[in-house]
Ligand binder design. Structure first.
Ligand code: FES
Length: 144
């Protein structure tokens, strides 16, 4: 791992140093910044938090938001849980996939916590609500 990357990981870890249970916030920040949680990052986190690498790996592998490898294309998370289903998300899927083609990955997720304003999607940390075909296509086109 490059020294600058290791240094940046140290900064992220230190930024959560005063929290109780800092592991998940640290992992979210690393995933957001680097697009994945690499083995060296797990070792560095484990050493900093006085955990075993296996403990860190267990948390990383439990939550599918954390990726072992960086995605080769941008990812749009589309909620297909019950509330968004009842608000019409399934009717949007085919058009969204056709618009995305092989340029954007449409990842199914189950609830983004905005059930009353669905259908919903998320790109990075940004949430989108009240989706329809046109709005979803516009978001996808902005991503490429
Ligand atoms: S069911 Fe889609 S945000 Fe909760």
């Amino acid at each position: 791992m490059a020294d600058d990357k290791a240094a940046r990981l140290d900064e992220i870890i230190a930024s959560h140093g005063d929290r109780e249970g800092p592991l998940l916030p640290i992992l979210h920040d690393i995933q957001e910044e680097f697009g994945c949680i690499e083995e060296e990052a797990k070792r560095q986190i484990a050493a900093a938090l006085n955990l075993s690498r296996a403990e860190v790996h267990g948390v990383v592998s439990f939550y599918h938001d954390f990726k072992a490898q960086k995605a080769d294309k941008p990812v749009l998370k589309l909620c297909r849980a019950e509330s968004c289903k009842s608000r019409g998300v399934e009717a949007l899927v085919a058009h969204a996939q056709a618009t995305a083609g092989d340029r954007v990955e449409i990842e199914t997720v189950y609830c983004l916590g905005l059930c009353s304003v669905g259908p919903n999607a998320m790109v990075g940390k940004k949430l989108y609500a009240y989706l329809d075909d046109a709005k979803l296509a516009s978001i996808i086109k902005e991503m490429v």
